[in-house]
Design a protein around this ligand. Structure first.
Ligand SMILES: Cc1cc2nc3c(=O)[nH]c(=O)nc-3n(C[C@H](O)[C@H](O)[C@H](O)COP(=O)(O)O)c2cc1C
Length: 183
């Protein structure tokens, strides 16, 4: 277990649940001796992608883009954590992917989604399409964490008991990390 695997938090909106899900995943990984680093797109400070030329042809020349590029380049594998917003991935995640191109090629990558409808499986399908185009090395299984009304504490609105809500999917998540490790 030596690979440097980074978990990318795709939703950056105010009031998001993404961070709690990410921290639950990080704990599950830690319990199996995986040191999963959380990369929160909120901390990357990437404005909406607006370059004149595709990064397939020319790198984006801003400090934030260079930092983002280095974060991805310096990883051995990735876990994309995606929310489902209107049946797809959050705009913040799509924009961050668009910032880079060569960095994605061949990167062993797993996908974890969460949401009310099929645990965000539609977002995963869209993300797979995007990442296949970017030539990442997608591994399986994909993990879809189901949200229901019971997932949330009625007072705080936060995830009440992540173990109770998501533990059924823990094994698949660990398998996806193993697949990255073996890729
Ligand atoms: C703009 C928006 C669109 C949404 N669309 C969907 C959807 O298509 N499918 C779904 O299962 N949940 C949808 N939801 C509910 C989200 O699953 C839920 O809000 C979840 O917490 C989103 O992740 P986040 O809080 O990390 O952004 C949507 C939420 C927002 C804010």
């Amino acid at each position: 277990m030596v690979k440097n695997i980074k978990l990318i938090v795709g939703s950056t909106r105010n009031g998001r649940k993404a961070r709690m899900v990410a921290e639950w995943l990080q704990k599950q990984a830690k319990d199996e001796n995986y040191d999963l680093e959380i990369i929160d797109l909120r901390d990357m400070n990437l404005p909406l992608f607006d370059s004149a030329v595709s990064p397939a042809y020319m790198d984006v020349d801003t400090p934030e883009a260079k930092n983002w590029s280095k974060v991805i380049t310096d990883s051995d594998g990735l876990v994309f954590l995606t929310a489902e917003h209107n049946r797809s991935i959050p705009a913040s995640l799509k924009s961050a992917i668009d910032y880079l191109f060569k960095e994605w090629e061949g990167k062993p990558t797993a996908i974890v989604s969460y949401g009310f409808i099929d645990g965000g499986a539609s977002a995963t399908n869209h993300l797979k399409d995007i990442l296949n185009w970017c030539k990442v090395n997608l591994v399986e299984p994909n993990v879809a964490l189901p949200f229901t009304q019971d997932t949330f504490d009625s007072n705080s609105g936060e995830i009440a008991d992540a173990d109770k809500s998501f533990s059924e999917h823990r094994e698949d998540f660990i398998k996806s990390l193993e697949a990255i490790e073996n890729a």
